[in-house]
Design a protein around this ligand. Structure first.
Ligand code: AMP
Length: 114
């Protein structure tokens, strides 16, 4: 998608601080971190929101989760804990319409998240 910020990051058109990648996903640090570790995992494939997941593309979510697990280990937060978030649509706080998994860690997380 030519007007998608995260597609531009995938293409290298916009720089990012990449911390992990494989054939399915990349992970990079959020520019506006909400915790000492705040990394985003995005699929190569453009999928706008969680509402656009289907039987055909559902496996990407498992790949995103496994990538998050690898990033958590890499960041040394797998034992202390981390939160995984996918916002769906504006009301939930989604601002970039290419699905992404937030990995937040390195501090105590509160609940409810607000
Ligand atoms: P969401 O609000 O769930 O759609 O999350 C989008 C996230 O992307 C926000 O946390 C932003 O801080 C982050 N973000 C926006 N632009 C960039 C960028 N160029 N590089 C890294 N993170 C970004």
């Amino acid at each position: 998608m030519s007007d998608c910020l995260f597609c531009k990051i995938l293409d290298g058109e916009i720089p990012c601080d990449r911390v992990y990648e494989n054939e399915h996903v990349i992970a990079f640090r959020d520019v506006n971190p909400q915790a000492p570790t705040h990394v985003l995992v995005i699929p190569h494939q453009h999928i706008s929101t969680v509402n656009d997941l289907t039987e055909e593309n559902k496996n990407i979510v498992g790949e995103m989760m496994l990538a998050a697990q690898a990033v958590a280990k890499q960041e040394g937060i797998e034992e202390t804990g981390y939160r995984l978030i996918m916002n769906c649509n504006e009301g939930a706080g989604q601002t970039v319409f290419h699905i992404h998994l937030h990995i937040l860690g390195g501090r105590i997380m509160r609940w409810p998240p607000g």
